[in-house]
Design a protein. Structure first.
Ligand code: NDP
Length: 444
């Protein structure tokens, strides 16, 4: 494989898909050496096949807003690769959603799901619908209209969606309700469902908790205690909230949160009580993070990024490319010792370079945030068994999976000087399993 040739070809065929090019570049550069040790991969056109999704559905979503006006959005589902299991990946509702973003997410998801050790292929979907400022009735009508089209392409053994940005428990429930009505079955073709109708305990917490379990494994390699460490967390949605919850439980001190309008800095630390306020503000009132600063009298920086504050550990948990090279330089200069990604591809390639050059602990989202989809996999297992596990059982399995992913990263990513290159480790480990399965199943 000649990385540059494959990339040039992708850029020529799919121009204007910068996020997709970015995700593919990172994986190809990491796996190049291993790939070239297997001439049979090249002969089978493995990488060319892996860079193009199995199929893409795009469709119009028509719905009526509260004023009676007809609204039209785009809906998509990318079924990227199902060689190790049914397509699996979240649905994102955000005004920025386009094919480039969903293709990068589905591509990443394929390797992430492979890392979880569970039998899940990779997919992703979404819409350019923005839930911001919409009433609950509008959200419901939109979700139903979205599923009216998508339902025919998904199923418990073909493609199992979940949540992502803008899609939480409320939206999953509306979509699942509509899906059941159309498909006339009750087999759990969605994860992140409510606990009363087939959801798994710990699923809402899983991405944030899993990220901290992964962080603990990384810290262990340097014999570093998390207790008392100041943590910079971005975002204030699902992932950010449960990241804070686990940090607080372990005695670490989260000091920041953000949303797309700005960030708060609370030097005293976000306590359990303050986190409850955030959960109510974001999940029930659907307000802005600025209101935290107003309520607790701390600093609010409109339009700013949390990385300019001083912290020991950075946990990006909002969105892609939210942490650039300059942010990374500030973090390192301020003594940051570890970065663990709750979001997907939050660090730009320049930022990753800064972290790796400084040889600080750095975990890409593919490894560190895999606890979310892993627990979705556990939800699928429970649905198939028609049984539910306890909180402790699911949490124990989640911990084991995160530690297993960490082990795979060490195996494939340890460099001659002992530094663990988690990007390389995660990409090679995720890729090798998919590659072997593709080789075994023939040219398809
Ligand atoms: P939520 O919608 O619950 O929260 C997203 C948060 O990020 C909000 O605070 C939102 O602010 C902020 N945000 C979103 N887009 C932007 C933007 N363009 N600029 C600045 N801030 C932004 O989503 P999740 O917490 O579920 O997802 C966060 C990240 O974690 C995403 O990258 C997602 O792909 C990833 N992830 C999520 C998993 C899950 O299980 N939910 C699993 C694995 C990864 P605002 O409210 O203003 O939009």
């Amino acid at each position: 494989m000649k990385v540059q040739e494959v990339l040039n070809d992708l850029k020529r065929r799919f121009p204007n898909e910068s996020e997709y090019h970015q995700a593919v570049t990172e994986v190809l550069e990491s796996i190049e050496e291993v790939y070239n040790q297997h001439p049979e991969f090249d002969k089978a056109g493995l990488i060319e096949r892996l860079c193009i999704p199995d199929r893409i559905f795009s469709f119009r979503v028509t719905w009526v807003d509260d004023k009676g006006k007809v609204q039209v959005n785009m809906g998509y589902r990318i079924q990227h690769n199902n060689v190790i299991g049914p397509y699996k990946g979240g649905i994102r509702f955000h005004s920025s959603v386009n094919l480039s973003i969903l293709k990068f997410l589905a591509f990443e998801q394929t390797f992430k799901n492979s890392l979880t050790t569970l039998p899940m292929g990779g997919g992703k979907g979404g819409s350019d619908f923005s839930p911001r400022g919409k009433s609950s009735a509008e959200i419901m009508r939109f979700c139903q209209a979205f599923i009216l089209e998508l339902w025919r392409h998904i199923g418990p053994d073909t493609d199992v969606p979940a949540g992502d940005i803008g899609v939480g428990g409320r939206e999953v429930a509306y979509m699942y309700g509509m899906y059941k009505k159309l498909a006339k079955e009750n087999t759990g073709t969605f994860t992140g469902k409510g606990i009363e109708f087939g959801g798994s305990l710990i699923r809402p917490e899983a991405t944030g908790y899993g990220n901290i379990y992964f962080l603990l494994e990384m810290l262990k390699t340097g014999k570093i205690d998390i207790k008392g460490k100041k943590c910079l967390v971005s975002g204030s949605g699902n992932v950010a909230q449960y990241t804070c919850e686990k940090l607080i439980e372990l005695g670490a001190i989260p000091v920041t949160l953000s949303d797309s309008d700005g960030y708060i800095y609370d030097p005293e630390g976000i306590t359990r009580e303050k986190l409850d306020f955030v959960m109510d503000l974001k999940n029930i009132q659907r307000g802005r993070i600025r209101e935290y600063a107003e309520h607790y009298g701390c600093k609010y920086v409109p339009g700013g990024r949390v990385w300019t504050e001083k912290g020991d550990i950075a946990l990006p948990s909002a969105t892609q490319n939210e942490l650039n090279g300059d942010d990374a330089k500030i973090l390192v200069a301020n003594g940051c010792i570890a970065v663990s990604e709750g979001a997907n591809m939050p660090s730009t390639p320049e930022a990753i370079e800064v972290f790796q050059h400084a040889k600080i602990l750095y975990a890409p989202g593919k490894a560190a945030n895999a606890g979310g989809v892993a627990t979705s996999g556990l939800e699928m297992t429970q649905n198939s068994m028609r049984l539910g596990w306890t909180r402790e059982e699911v949490d124990e399995k989640l911990k084991r999976i995160m530690s297993d992913i960490h082990r795979q990263c060490i195996r494939y990513g340890t460099e001659p000087d002992g530094y663990i290159n988690y990007v390389k480790g995660a990409n090679i480990a995720g890729f090798m399993k998919v590659a072997k399965a593709m080789m075994a199943q023939g040219i398809l």
